[in-house]
Structure formats: structure tokens, C-alpha cells
Design a protein around this ligand. Structure first.
Ligand code: ADP
Ligand code: ASP
Ligand code: MG
Length: 467
């Protein structure tokens, strides 16, 4: 199949009529150069609202969810009324009415069938992306783009881990291609919802919050796209989280390894699993701003760009728990670490950062759901201490491989902040450490200043005095 490009639009890129107008012009423009596949998130706030309704239903208040449900359906109707053709808007009206009945029915079941809640929650959440994709299709048709709605659950196939399903790659690839290739060959533009998928038996699943980016990468890999574009509300991957560092600026290029580390350690702009499918196929990932399409964004490729001394960005992640397991039985013993990590595996809990000494292991987890069971099972291995309320800070750059002195600079900058765990070198592109959550903003702000702003002043100065 020749040259397609996946365009993924996040929640704020499809939040309202103005945003959807921009999406239509971006897709029309893309059509001149490539065969677009459009992957959309739910309208901003809709997934949260659907989960809030499911929670209320679980607490027995199904009727109380009605006003919120009506409001979110009305948002779709209002946009269709403004941007779709009359027949498109009336088609959306029918889809919304059917959805209202089905969602209410699912909410009743949430109240009545507690054992089926994880599956029902996925089914309820899936309406966000299904309705968004139907709406975007109608809007694109009105803009003369030959769009075609595709049910993503016919493409993305996963295991049955509701809320955080894992894709079955061969099935996903084969079905995505079978669904999309005939449409692309006819010059049509497929539009599918991100985040949602189904098991081989057809039961709806989801890929985890923020998972639409991952969907886009899976679809891109399946159709061997020439590029995967993530259209969001900031101009690419920035040097730090802009909610903490208002002066953060765009990083023009990243290697896959750098992007993966940043996403994994908290840069919300990319779902952590997005990079792998792209990297496996060497498909470039471009992150762009749908609110300001002229801005250069970030391009993620095999090479990235390894400038000497380059630290590319700082990521951070709060809500982290540190566990320390100490035991003299570790001394000279083999099999100890295996036994330890098997505990985490049994509880399907991901370990992020690990450090070891002769007699102790420190590690971090951000999913504390099974913490008390994990701690109980670790106790026979040694003394276990638990510190919650921690945060991970991660400094990323291919330049870390080759530039001496960065660690010294980083720790000098945060020398008065207690650092409880340090890891450098595992991937050779990151330096990761743990601080108290209460001080993480300060740590990130100061590091940004030291690693980017002061450097900028130096560079500006050098440019000014250059002959
Ligand atoms: P979308 O709805 O388009 O998927 P998200 O809210 O999931 O958008 O991701 C974009 C947000 O990620 C930005 O608005 C920003 O607040 C946050 N973010 C955190 N770290 C970074 C970073 N390093 N670069 C860019 N954005 C970041
Ligand atoms: N709508 C989903 C969420 O809010 C998926 C996504 O936006 O990527 O998590
Ligand atoms: Mg997102």
C-alpha cells in the first residue's frame, strides 16, 4: 500500500466546533500529499464524565447521572448542528439517541452486576471515542473529505485486561490492514476512535488513560505509515512540563529512546507505549499543535540529534512509592532478585526504577493498588520499608552518553533537596532520581533554569560577541 499518514487528534483538538474546523482543514491539507488515516480521542472531558457516571452508578445513583450524560451528548449534537451537513447532523442525532439508551442500560448494569464492572466501565468509556469518531466523520464529509467511520474495535485486538489491555500484535495488524486497506485503496479517509479495542471474542477493552496515542502508533505500524502525527494542544514535546515550567520550549528532534524515556517518566504529551510500534517499523512520529499548526513541532526518529552536551528535556512523575527490601540473605545468593520480582509480576505491578546494593534493593512503583499484598509477600525476603508521596525526576538526552559532568551539575542544582534513589546508565540516555513530592516542582524549575535557561543565556552571549 502506498504512503499513508496517521493523524491523531487529542481531546482538546476535538473539544468544540472551532477545534473541529481546524481538524477538517488539517486533514484536507494532508490529503494533498498522502493518504490520511484519522485517529481521534473523545472530546475533552468526555472520558472523565463517563467514568464519573460509572462511579455514581456503582454507588447506586443511576438516575443522578442523567443531566451530565445529557450535557455531553448535547455537546456532540451542537457541534454537528454547526459543522455537519443537515443529513450528517440528523445521522449524528440518531447515533446519540441510541447511545443515550445504551449507556443508561450499561449504567443500570454497573449498579446491578458488581462482578462485571471492569468490562462495563470499558464499554461505557468506549462511547467517548465512538461518538467523537462519528462526529469527526460527519464534519469531514461536510468539508468534502471522503471520510469513512471505522469501528476501532474491529481493528485493535487485545487481551481481556480491562482498563489497561495489551494488544495482540499479529491479530491487530492483520485486522487493521483488512479494515483499512480497501478504504485507502478507494481514496477514502478512515476515521477511527483511539483508546478503544476489543478481545478476539469482541468484548470491548481500553488501552489505559491517554491511550489514543498508542492506538495511532499501532495503526501506523499496521498500515506501514510514512509518519505518525500526534496533534495536541502544545507545540511538540517541550523541555519540561509547561504546567510546571511556563517557559518550557519545543525540543525540535528526539531519538526514539529519548521520547520513550520522557513519555515513560511523565511527559503526558505522549502515552508511554506509543514509541515501541513506531520504533519497530522505523516510522517517524511528529508531535504538533492543532491550535497553532504553523509552529514547528517535535520529530521523533531513529537518529534524533545528539548535540554535544545536550540534555533534551526533563520529565517528572508524582504519586510514586519507593520500596526498600534489605536482607543479608542477598549476600552472595543467586535467585534472590528473581523471587523478589516475581512478587511484582504476580500482582501485575510495573516497577519503574531499581537500584541495588550488597544487601538491599530499592525500587519505585506508581500503581499502589496491590501495595499491601506486595509488602506482605516481600516480608519473608527481608525487612521492607515503604515511602509514599515521592516523585521521579528524569533528565533525558542522547548527550548524556558522551558528556561528562552532567550528573554533577544536576545534583549541585538540587543539593538542598533530599534525593532518595538515583539511577543512571541503564538506557544511557537518562539520569533518574527520586525526591519528595512536595519539592518536585521546585526541583524541575531549578533544573530547567540550570540546564536550559542559563545555557541559553550563554549561547545568546556567545552569539552576541561572535565576530
Ligand atoms: P491530548 O488530549 O492531545 O492527548 P494530553 O493532555 O494528553 O493531550 O497531552 C498534552 C499535555 O501534556 C500538554 O498540554 C502538557 O500540559 C502536558 N505535558 C507534560 N509534559 C510535557 C512535555 N514535556 N511536553 C509537552 N507537553 C507536556
Ligand atoms: N479519551 C481517553 C482518555 O481521556 C484516551 C485519550 O485521550 O488518549 O484517557
Ligand atoms: Mg493524551
Amino acid at each position: 500500500m502506498s504512503e499513508s499518514t496517521v493523524l491523531k487528534f487529542g481531546g482538546t483538538s476535538v473539544a468544540n466546533a472551532e477545534a473541529l474546523g481546524r481538524v477538517a482543514s488539517l486533514v484536507r491539507r494532508a490529503q494533498r500529499r498522502t493518504r490520511p488515516v484519522v485517529d481521534v480521542s473523545a472530546l475533552a472531558g468526555v472520558t472523565d464524565a463517563l467514568f464519573a457516571a460509572a462511579d455514581a452508578a456503582a454507588n447506586g445513583d443511576v438516575e443522578g447521572t442523567r443531566p451530565q450524560l445529557d450535557a455531553l451528548l448535547e455537546r456532540h449534537a451542537e457541534i454537528a448542528g454547526r459543522l455537519a451537513r443537515p443529513e450528517g447532523a440528523s445521522g449524528i442525532g440518531t447515533v446519540l439517541e441510541r447511545a443515550r439508551g445504551e449507556i443508561m442500560n450499561l449504567l443500570e448494569r454497573v449498579a446491578g452486576e458488581p462482578e462485571r464492572r471492569p468490562a462495563l466501565r470499558d464499554e461505557i468509556a468506549s462511547y467517548g471515542e465512538r461518538l467523537s469518531a462519528a462526529l469527526v466523520t460527519a464534519v469531514l464529509l461536510a468539508a468534502d473529505v471522503p471520510a469513512r467511520y471505522v469501528d476501532a474495535r474491529h481493528c485493535l485486538i487485545t487481551d481481556a485486561s480491562h482498563g489497561r489491555a495489551t494488544p495482540l500484535l499479529p491479530d491487530t495488524e492483520q485486522r487493521t490492514l483488512a479494515e483499512l486497506a480497501p478504504l485507502l485503496d478507494r481514496g477514502l479517509v478512515p476515521v477511527l476512535g483511539g483508546y478503544i479495542a476489543a478481545t478476539l471474542e469482541g468484548v470491548t477493552t481500553t488501552l489505559g488513560r491517554g491511550g489514543s496515542d498508542y492506538s495511532a502508533a499501532l495503526v501506523g505500524a499496521a498500515v506501514a505509515a510514512r509518519e505518525i502525527q500526534i496533534w495536541t494542544d502544545v507545540s511538540g514535546v517541550l523541555t519540561a512540563d509547561p504546567r510546571v515550567v511556563p517557559g518550557a520550549r519545543t525540543v525540535p528532534s528526539l531519538s526514539y529512546a529519548e521520547a520513550a524515556e520522557l513519555a515513560y517518566f511523565g511527559a503526558k504529551v505522549l502515552h508511554p507505549k506509543t514509541i515501541q510500534p513506531a520504533m519497530d517499523r522505523e516510522i517517524p512520529v511528529r508531535i504538533c499543535n492543532s491550535h497553532s499548526p504553523g509552529d514547528p513541532g517535535t520529530l521523533v526518529t531513529t537518529q534524533g540529534e545528539a548535540r554535544a552536551g545536550a540534555v533534551k528535556a526533563i520529565a517528572h512523575k508524582t504519586g510514586v512509592t519507593v520500596l526498600q527490601i534489605s536482607s543479608t540473605r542477598m549476600l552472595g545468593a543467586y535467585g534472590f532478585l528473581r523471587g523478589l520480582f516475581e512478587v511484582f509480576e504476580r500482582h501485575r505491578t510495573v516497577v519503574d526504577v531499581v537500584t541495588t546494593s550488597e544487601v538491599s534493593v530499592s525500587l519505585t512503583v506508581d500503581d499502589a493498588e496491590s501495595l499491601s499484598e506486595i509488602v506482605a509477600e516481600l516480608r519473608p525476603l527481608g525487612t521492607v520499608s515503604v515511602e509514599s508521596g515521592r516523585a521521579i525526576v528524569c533528565v533525558v538526552g542522547e548527550g548524556l552518553r558522551t558528556t561528562p559532568g552532567i550528573a554533577a551539575r544536576v545534583f549541585a542544582t538540587v543539593s538542598d533537596i533530599n534525593v532518595s534513589l538515583i539511577s543512571q546508565g541503564a538506557s544511557r540516555v537518562n539520569l533518574t532520581f527520586v525526591v519528595d513530592e512536595a519539592r518536585v516542582r521546585e526541583a524541575v524549575l531549578r533544573l530547567h533554569e540550570a540546564l536550559f535557561e542559563r545555557q541559553r543565556v550563554d549561547l545568546d552571549h556567545a552569539a552576541a560577541v561572535a565576530p
